[in-house]
Design a protein around this ligand. Structure first.
Ligand code: TEU
Ligand code: CA
Length: 541
């Protein structure tokens, strides 16, 4: 990888600023806290951080409702704090990717305040306004991801406006050229401040069908994909007209040509969609749109190796020249340690899943606390703050359980803050898994992440080599990675049974993994894989 191509095979550590480190002890994490902990992140050996939104916001969706794209919310600090953060990160060799929430603003954004003030205001057409049907009902059948219709009545304009998410998150009208220009100006603002790239929130939602055609019902509802369940009617529709529109392509090209003026910057677009593979592929072909799309496929409940294998091959084929980006955890889903292990953490399983993830072809996003093997925090209904969780409780428990404060130490406030009541409670189950506890334990999940990231850094084939699958069943995955320097054999067993996989045609030299991994040794013609084991070896030419 050249320096400009650093993002291919990069490991990106996602920080949820509210919950990472609280430097001023108001109970909410902040930019100064992140800067303070950058040496810890550097010690992990990741290439970049992705910061979830820290922009000015009324925090109805905890920052994904922006009211000023070009400033830092006072809760998180100031622009000077951001400059300090990026300066320290760069000194430590860490790239900085920030979130851009371009699809919608907060209803408190001055643009929306102007737009709703009257039908002939300056920014009247900056959002998606529509008259009621003659009987007063909503313009069409589009639904909000967070529940209910995607249309909200505004009594001042006596019209509905479109919101794909909360009604306090009105969708911007990308069909209006002035809106696009204003958004690209905001993107440029951060490029000029030195960011290395963007995670584009809801990158396929930007354009809607101008005719506002109704979405058709889905022929078959697949339970379990993100944001889709039989408990949320959003999953009953085929989202043909409210998102993933072809009009988005020229916009992504304009965005890319802006980024190309800042060599070495990158994008990772979040694409949640009924045709995500097709959309991800469209967005990443030809080096003139997005660099990467963020796949939701490993964020589901399906933890079988068959699913991993199928996903990889489908995406490899479907993406063509596009480059994938994987993750098992983020700020929207149940933490992987619980999700893939019947609700409880198991360090041995966390290590194997990690080794698998970090050996697949693609870039990887890790989510803060994943490197500690943290389970999902259990919260009572009264403790919830996420509106999405509150709407769908108890069938869907919301996103607070993966957003609780990061445990630095095994104390009451976990070293996150001196404030005794942080914005979400520290999970008791997290305290014994804190950084300070795990640093002292050579066999901890934390050491395993650090060690494997180190291994990955020293094997170019793991970063950018081709991938080929040799053996797959529900619990076992054996595959190779190959580039011009080396040819590696990787095997994982995520189950509780012994497996022996015949590998007939290869001579293999074991690569000894650090202490703390259950590593195994190649035997002539066969690879024994005990429960929770990981194998790494070099295939002899
Ligand atoms: O999420 C977009 C998205 O697809 C969500 O609908 C996701 O399905 C949901 O959160 C299910 O868990 C992005 C952000 O990641 C999310 O935090 C924001 O709330 C949302 O956009 C709106 O900006
Ligand atoms: Ca704070």
């Amino acid at each position: 990888n050249t320096d400009l191509d650093w993002w291919r095979g990069a490991v990106i550590y996602q920080i949820y600023p509210r919950s990472f480190m609280d430097a001023n002890n108001d109970g909410i994490g902040d930019l100064a806290g992140i800067t303070q902990k950058l040496p810890y992140i550097a010690s992990l050996g990741v290439d970049a951080i992705w910061l979830s939104p820290f922009f000015t916001s009324p925090m109805k969706d905890f920052g994904y409702d922006v009211s000023d794209y070009c400033d830092v919310d006072p809760i998180f600090g100031t622009l000077d704090d951001f400059d300090a953060l990026i300066g320290t990160a760069h000194e430590l060799g860490i790239k900085v990717i920030i979130d851009q929430v371009l699809n919608h603003t907060s209803d408190q954004h001055p643009w929306f305040k102007d737009s709703r003030s009257s039908r002939d205001s300056e920014k009247s057409d900056w959002y998606i306004w529509q008259d009621a049907k003659p009987d007063g009902t909503v313009p069409n059948n589009w639904l909000s991801v967070f529940g209910g219709p995607a249309w909200h009545w505004d009594s001042r304009r006596r019209q509905y406006y479109l919101h794909n998410f909360l009604d306090s998150q009105p969708d911007l009208n990308f069909h209006n050229e002035e809106v696009v220009n204003a958004l690209l100006d905001a993107v440029k603002f951060w490029l000029d401040r030195g960011v290395d790239g963007f995670r584009l929130d809801t990158a396929n939602y930007f354009y809607h069908d101008l005719e506002l055609r109704d979405n058709p019902p889905k022929q078959e509802i697949v339970e379990g994909s993100i944001g889709v369940s039989l408990d949320n009617p959003y999953g009953y529709q085929l989202h043909l007209y409210d998102k993933s529109r072809p009009e988005n392509i020229p916009f992504l090209q304009r965005l890319r040509s802006l980024l190309d003026q800042y060599p070495g910057t990158t994008t990772v677009g979040e694409v949640g969609c009924d045709f995500s593979l097709k959309t991800m592929s469209e967005y990443t072909q030809g080096n003139d749109k997005l660099h990467m799309c963020y796949s939701f496929d490993l964020l589901t409940h399906d933890n079988t190796m068959t699913h991993i294998h199928n996903t990889m091959t489908t995406i490899e084929e479907g993406l063509g020249t596009g480059w994938p980006c994987w993750s098992m955890s983020n700020h929207d889903v149940e933490r992987v340690a619980s999700r893939w292990n019947h609700g409880t953490a198991n360090p041995a399983k966390s290590k194997v899943y990690m080794a698998m993830l970090l050996s697949l072809r693609g870039s990887v996003c890790l989510y803060q606390g994943e490197e500690l093997g943290l389970p999902e925090a259990e919260l009572e209904f009264e403790q919830l703050v996420d509106p999405f969780g509150i709407n769908f409780w108890p069938e869907f428990k919301g996103r607070d359980g993966c957003r609780t404060p990061f445990p630095w130490e095994n104390t009451d406030t976990a070293g996150f803050s001196e404030n005794p009541s942080p914005w979400l409670p520290v999970a008791d189950s997290h305290k014994p898994l804190s950084v300070s506890e795990q640093e002292g334990d050579r066999h901890s999940v934390l050491h395993a992440y650090r060690d494997f990231l180190h291994v990955r850094k020293h094997h170019s084939a793991l970063i950018s080599g081709d991938i080929e699958f040799l053996y797959t069943d529900a619990e076992v995955l054996v595959f190779t990675r190959k580039d011009e320097n080396e040819y590696l054999l990787i095997g994982v067993n995520v189950g509780d049974q012994d497996h022996i996989v015949p590998i007939a045609d290869h001579q293999v030299q074991d690569i000894i993994l650090p202490e703390g991994f259950l590593s195994t040794r190649f035997e002539n013609g066969r690879l024994p894989l005990p429960p929770n084991s990981i194998y790494l070896g070099a295939i002899q030419p």
